[in-house]
Design a protein around this ligand. Structure first.
Ligand SMILES: NC(=O)c1ccc[n+]([C@@H]2O[C@H](COP(=O)([O-])OP(=O)(O)OC[C@H]3O[C@@H](n4cnc5c(N)ncnc54)[C@H](OP(=O)(O)O)[C@@H]3O)[C@@H](O)[C@H]2O)c1
Length: 245
């Protein structure tokens, strides 16, 4: 591994926020970026950007392991890793308003995408993260994953899956303290961003509180740049303010 192998990686780069981040990093041209997504439409949108490599994935353990192997083989030094995957609702299900609305298949899907998938990515990429000089890892969580900030209830699976994600990221930060103390992990709340995920809920959001993906990408970039390497998991919002657990 050497300085020439420095790389920024976005997983779930088809997300509104991930795509805007890749485009922002591409303009800054600090180092090459790797965009990983299952979305062919997004792959096409990114394919011609100089300095950006795009790869399709199905997020299977096998494909994530193969990604890790290829990064190891080229001696990649991951400078920034952002994991964007997440869902609030899907085909045939909406966020639950009452405990009686919880339904197993929907709940499993939400936990799969919001908790298990980001952790499977981190598991697969751990050998690369360990060998990188000072990797900053941001995982898109949400303020509603805060237990102490939960005053309204509802959104059982989404809240629960993000709270579980936060706990597993805490374990990751503690593990990295031993194996790569120069790493930093961030559980991040981007604010309410104008993307497909928030579309059905935007009517109740004041226009000045609904961020364009480009603004969200700028905020995430700035918050990541300001992170202190302290072997702790940070849980921060788009203003860089601490969110209580
Ligand atoms: N938008 C908001 O207001 C808001 C607020 C708080 C937190 N967040 C969090 O921010 C993150 C990004 O959200 P966004 O608003 O940018 O959402 P978005 O544009 O709807 O993007 C959805 C993301 O989830 C992934 N995804 C969706 N279905 C998937 C599936 N079946 N298998 C694997 N991956 C799947 C997509 O990956 P591909 O690239 O592979 O398609 C993409 O990364 C999420 O974790 C979300 O919870 C968003």
């Amino acid at each position: 591994m050497n300085e020439d192998n420095a790389l920024d990686v976005v997983i779930g780069a088809g997300s509104g926020i991930g795509l805007a981040l890749i485009e922002r990093w591409q303009r800054a041209a600090e180092r090459p970026s790797l965009a990983i997504t299952r979305s062919t439409e997004r792959l096409l949108a990114l394919a011609d950007l100089p300095g950006v490599t795009c790869e399709a994935t199905d997020y299977s353990d096998e494909q994530l392991a193969s990604l890790a192997d290829r990064l190891l083989e080229r001696g990649a030094d991951v400078a920034r890793l952002v994991i964007c995957n997440g869902v609030l609702q899907g085909e045939g299900y909406r966020p639950e308003r009452a405990v009686g609305q919880i339904e197993g298949t929907a709940m499993r899907q939400v936990f799969e995408l919001n908790t298990f998938l980001p952790m499977r990515v981190l598991s697969a990429l751990m050998p690369v993260i360990k060998r990188s000089r000072s990797p900053k890892i941001a995982v898109l969580s949400a303020r509603v994953g805060s237990i102490s900030d939960n005053r309204l209830g509802g959104w059982y699976s989404y809240r629960g899956s993000k709270a579980a994600l936060n706990m597993m990221l805490k374990c990751t930060a503690l593990e990295l303290r031993r194996v790569n103390p120069q790493a930093k992990v961030l559980a991040y709340h981007p604010g309410t961003v104008d993307t497909p995920l928030s579309k059905p809920f935007q009517a109740s959001v004041a226009p000045e509180k609904l961020f364009k993906p480009q603004r969200a990408a700028q905020a995430l970039d700035e918050v990541m740049a300001g992170l202190t390497i302290d072997s702790e998991l940070s849980y921060l919002d788009w203003q860089g303010e601490v969110i209580p657990w």
